[in-house]
Design a protein around this ligand. Structure first.
Ligand SMILES: Nc1ncnc2c1ncn2[C@@H]1O[C@H](COP(=O)(O)OP(=O)(O)O)[C@@H](O)[C@H]1O
Ligand SMILES: [Mg+2]
Length: 309
C-alpha cells in the first residue's frame, strides 16, 4: 500500500485559479485543500495561476504540486505537461488521461470501448456547425461543447426550433460541439479515489436541470446519499466506474457523471479529473459517507502525486 504520508515534510504547492469558466470554483477548491493540508502539518504555498502558466510552474518553490485547477489548461493535460517538463510531481491524472477525459467525445469513445453504455451522439466541428442538421436520434437532445465544465454552454433541446441557438451557444466555448440523446430519469455521480470506487450520490436540482446556477447556488440542488435506488443499479454504476476509470487511465481522484433512465439503464456522461473539493462538494461528501475525512481525502490524493503516469 502507498504511504499516505509519502510527502510529509515536503513543500506542497496548491495550484489554483486559472483562466477557465470555472476559476471561481477552483479558488474555493484550492483554498479548502490548502487549509486541509496545513491542518495535516504540510508546508503549503497557494499558487494562483493567472496568465503565465509555464513561468508560474517553473518558479514555484515547492516539491510537489497539488492541482486544484478546473477546466481549460488545468484539467486538460496542459498544466500536467508543464509539471512533467519541470519535473515537478503533480496530483491526479497524467497528461494523456487528462486530455482524453476533458474531451467529452474522446472520453465517451474510450469508455464505450470498455462496454460502458453512453448516450448516442453526433459531433460537429468548426465550419460545419453553422447550418448543421439535427442528428437522426431526434429530440429531446442535449447540445454541449466538447471541452467545458460546470454546464457552461450546455442546452437541453426539447424542440427543433431551439436547435440552431443551442449549437451556437455551445460553439462559443469550443471548436467542437456534440449533440447527445437526452436520457430522461435521474442523475447520479460516482467518485473514485486511487482506484477505490466511492458510494454514489444522487443529484436532484430543484429547477430540473443541473445547470451552473443549480451547481453553485446553495439550496438549489439536493444531494442524496445513500441513493434511494435499487442495489443492482448502483452496483452496475460502480462497476461502470471501475471500468471507465481503468479505460481512461485515471489517477488520484475523479468523479464520473451518469444518467439513469426510468428502466434502470445507466449511461455515462463524462469524467471530471479534478472534481470540486470545497468542503461541501460532491467528492468530499462521498468520501465522508465512506468514512474518510476531508483531510484524509486530500492527503490520499497528495500521496499519489508523481510523474510519467
Ligand atoms: N444526455 C443527457 N441527458 C440528460 N441530461 C444531460 C445529458 N447530458 C448532460 N445532461 C445534463 O447536463 C449537465 C451537464 O452535462 P455534463 O455532460 O455533465 O457536462 P459538464 O458537467 O462538464 O458541463 C448534466 O449534469 C446533466 O444534468
Ligand atoms: Mg458534469
Amino acid at each position: 500500500m502507498r504511504d499516505p504520508r509519502r510527502y510529509a515534510g515536503r513543500r506542497v504547492g496548491v495550484f489554483y485559479g486559472g483562466i477557465s469558466a470555472e476559476r471561481e470554483v477552483s479558488l474555493r477548491t484550492g483554498a479548502a485543500a490548502a487549509s486541509a493540508l496545513r491542518r495535516r502539518g504540510y508546508d503549503v504555498r497557494e499558487i494562483d495561476i493567472r496568465e503565465d502558466w509555464l513561468g508560474t510552474v517553473r518558479s514555484a518553490e515547492c516539491d510537489v504540486a497539488f492541482l486544484a485547477l478546473h477546466g481549460r489548461f488545468g484539467e486538460d493535460g496542459c498544466i500536467q505537461a508543464a509539471c512533467e517538463l519541470a519535473k515537478l510531481p503533480y496530483t491526479g491524472s497524467g497528461v494523456a488521461a487528462s486530455a482524453v477525459a476533458m474531451s467529452k467525445v474522446l472520453g465517451k469513445r474510450m469508455v464505450a470501448a470498455a462496454d460502458v453504455p453512453c448516450p448516442p451522439d453526433a459531433v460537429y466541428e468548426g465550419t460545419e456547425i453553422a447550418g448543421a442538421k439535427p442528428p437522426p436520434f431526434g429530440f429531446p437532445l442535449v447540445v454541449k461543447p466538447d471541452r467545458e465544465g460546470s454546464t457552461v454552454g450546455v442546452t437541453i433541446v426539447r424542440d427543433p426550433s431551439m436547435w440552431e441557438e443551442a449549437l451556437a451557444a455551445a460553439a462559443r466555448h469550443d471548436i467542437r460541439v456534440l449533440a447527445e440523446a437526452y436520457v430522461p430519469g435521474r442523475e447520479i455521480t460516482v467518485a473514485v479515489v486511487n482506484g477505490k470506487v466511492l458510494p454514489a450520490i444522487e443529484i436532484v436540482p430543484k429547477s430540473g436541470f443541473y445547470d451552473y446556477r443549480s451547481k453553485y447556488t446553495a439550496g438549489e440542488t439536493e444531494y442524496v446519499i445513500p441513493v434511494p435506488m435499487d442495489r443492482d443499479i448502483l452496483q452496475r454504476a460502480a462497476e461502470y466506474t471501475r471500468r471507465a476509470a481503468q479505460a481512461l487511465q485515471l489517477r488520484g481522484a475523479a468523479r464520473l457523471d451518469y444518467r439513469v433512465d426510468p428502466a434502470g439503464n445507466v449511461f455515462f456522461l463524462e469524467a471530471n479529473t479534478i472534481p470540486g473539493m470545497t468542503e461541501t462538494s460532491l467528492l468530499p461528501k462521498a468520501a465522508k459517507f465512506d468514512g474518510m475525512s476531508f483531510e484524509e481525502l486530500v492527503e490520499e490524493i497528495l500521496s499519489d502525486a508523481g510523474l510519467s503516469k
